[in-house]
Ligand binder design. Structure first.
Ligand SMILES: Nc1nc(=O)c2c([nH]1)NC[C@@H]1CN(c3ccc(C(=O)N[C@@H](CCC(=O)O)C(=O)O)cc3)CN21
Ligand SMILES: CC(C)C(=O)C(=O)O
Ligand SMILES: [Mg+2]
Length: 277
């Protein structure tokens, strides 16, 4: 890599500092070494090994089925690919709900086996004790409030959270609980932009929005949505910055045609009998 500027690793303290300095924080999901290398080279600050891997890597139709044994290998691959970005892994559904002791066991397993810098888990007030236990063990935690996909059925589907006076008050209480519990940052998912901006103004820790408007301290998207790799419908809050799926489809089709026609491989793409000719 031909980088001119030195690339100091992004540490946890970067996020509150960036917030205080008014510098936007950039985050994307990543699930493998190649995407991690590319996004790291692009200067993305935080790479999340999201449990959205359930959908975009494993093909489940929600995040509920994905397991630690399925996410840990992906997190290992991403940490191998990232030299600057801060790598964070989602704790999967079922791996922390039983309480602080189960949650700490899970977080310790991710730290021991993957090389991530921090873990993320869903829930505000309901997860505060769990966050506190993990943080007290020296493991940085990122919160995730608003629409929490692991609670899809409890929330009644993909529903915007934080609407109305009660919704806004609950979101603020969740945000403060996550901060008070010691989290270094918090994801705000699918909440009205005005409410997300109010939460962002109130908190000292950084807010990272997804479907939460421009008033957050940073933004995160699922990379396969943002760069046009996902199949089918994508959430309305996503902007497609590229169409990688179309590019790959074209490439695969051209390859197929060239193999079928005998055009690939040519002589340069083949070996002769003469050694080191
Ligand atoms: N590919 C992918 N992208 C994501 O953003 C994502 C995942 N997977 N998996 C985990 C969660 C689930 N998320 C989702 C899933 C669906 C909607 C959705 O359908 N949203 C609708 C609005 C709600 C509705 O009317 O149904 C939208 O149009 O944005 C939003 C977030 C966000 N996360
Ligand atoms: C969308 C982000 C915040 C996430 O939790 C995930 O990708 O799993
Ligand atoms: Mg997630």
């Amino acid at each position: 890599m031909s980088e001119s500027a030195p690339r100091k690793r992004v540490r946890i303290r970067h996020f509150a500092r960036a917030k205080a300095a008014g510098e936007k924080i950039t985050a994307l999901t990543a699930y493998d070494v190649i995407s991690a290398q590319i996004f790291d080279e692009a200067g993305i600050d935080l790479l999340l090994v999201g449990d959205s891997a359930a959908n975009v890597v494993y093909g489940y139709d929600s995040t509920l089925p994905v397991s630690m044994d399925e996410l840990i290998p992906l997190a290992k691959a991403v940490t191998r690919g990232a030299t600057r970005a801060c790598v964070v892994a989602d704790l999967p559904f079922g791996s922390y709900e039983r309480g602080p002791e189960q949650a700490l066991d899970t977080a310790v397993r991710f730290m021991k086996e993957t090389g991530v810098t921090a873990i993320k888990l869903e829930g505000g007030e309901r997860s505060a004790a769990v966050i506190r236990r993990i943080v007290d063990a020296g493991i940085p935690v990122m919160g995730h409030i608003g629409y929490t996909p692991q609670a899809e059925h409890g929330l009644g589907g993909h529903v915007v959270q934080g609407r109305g006076d009660d919704g806004a008050a609950k979101l603020m209480a969740d945000a403060l609980a996550v901060q008070e519990a010691g989290a270094f940052a918090v994801v705000l998912e699918m909440v009205p932009a005005e409410i997300a901006a109010q939460v962002t103004a109130k908190l000292e820790i950084a807010t990272i929005g997804i479907g939460a408007g421009a008033g957050c301290d940073g933004q995160i998207l699922v990379w396969t949505d943002a760069f046009g790799m996902s199949a089918g419908r994508i959430p309305s809050f996503v902007r497609m910055f590229a169409n990688v799926r179309e590019t790959l489809l074209q490439a695969a089709t051209t390859y197929r045609d060239e193999v079928r026609s005998g055009g690939f491989p040519n002589e340069r793409e083949s070996f002769t009998d003469a050694p080191n000719a």
